[in-house]
Design a protein around this ligand. Sequence first.
Ligand code: GLN
Length: 221
Amino acid sequence: MSAAGFASPGGEGAPGGRSQRAASPLIGVLALQGGFEAHRRALERLGAGTREVRVPSDLEGLDGLVIPGGESTTITLGIEREGLAAPLVDLIAGGTPVLGSCAGLIMLDRDHLGVMDVRAERNAFGRQVRSFEADLEVAGIDGGPLRGIFIRAPWIAEHGPGVEVLAELDGHPVAARQDNMLAVAFHPELGEDDRVHRRLLALVGERLAILAGDADSHLQR
Ligand code: GLN
């Protein structure tokens, strides 16, 4: 059993007769541009299966989704070109857990996919302040501060009442959650700390357990 609570591929499987799919969830990583490969590696180290998402049919059967960092303008053009906006919104609005990091946070906001009630300010730390690291206390993530790697990062300039701010830097929200959506302004896929990906996989596990419970109660009726 991996530390994230999922059986690793080829492992002994989950207890209680859960399906193999629940034991090893399938996480899509939007792979139009940007840092998708490092997210795949981080998720696979934690025992999840991954799939690169480039066209709408790649979204079928996913248990979770990551929208990586990169260049939000380029990712937006790719989403338009591939007709991915509506299927992505449907998947996320349907409750599938999603992690947006850096440009991925921007993609979730009001002005892009419009699923999260936030407005991201692009390059908010200044274009000249390209990259830096900072220790962050992130609500819901135990084990001490997390080393955030920021690369031309946004921050959350505005947010609605349904959004829980999980971490701030210089008084600005840089990590937030709204229902099934986690958004961070930094790059959790770089470096050794896998706690943000674990948090996503925990949300995925909770949702799969609820869906499995619903299916059981249907069968018993
Ligand atoms: N500055 C980029 C943008 O606005 C985001 C940078 C990143 O994802 N590392 O799209």
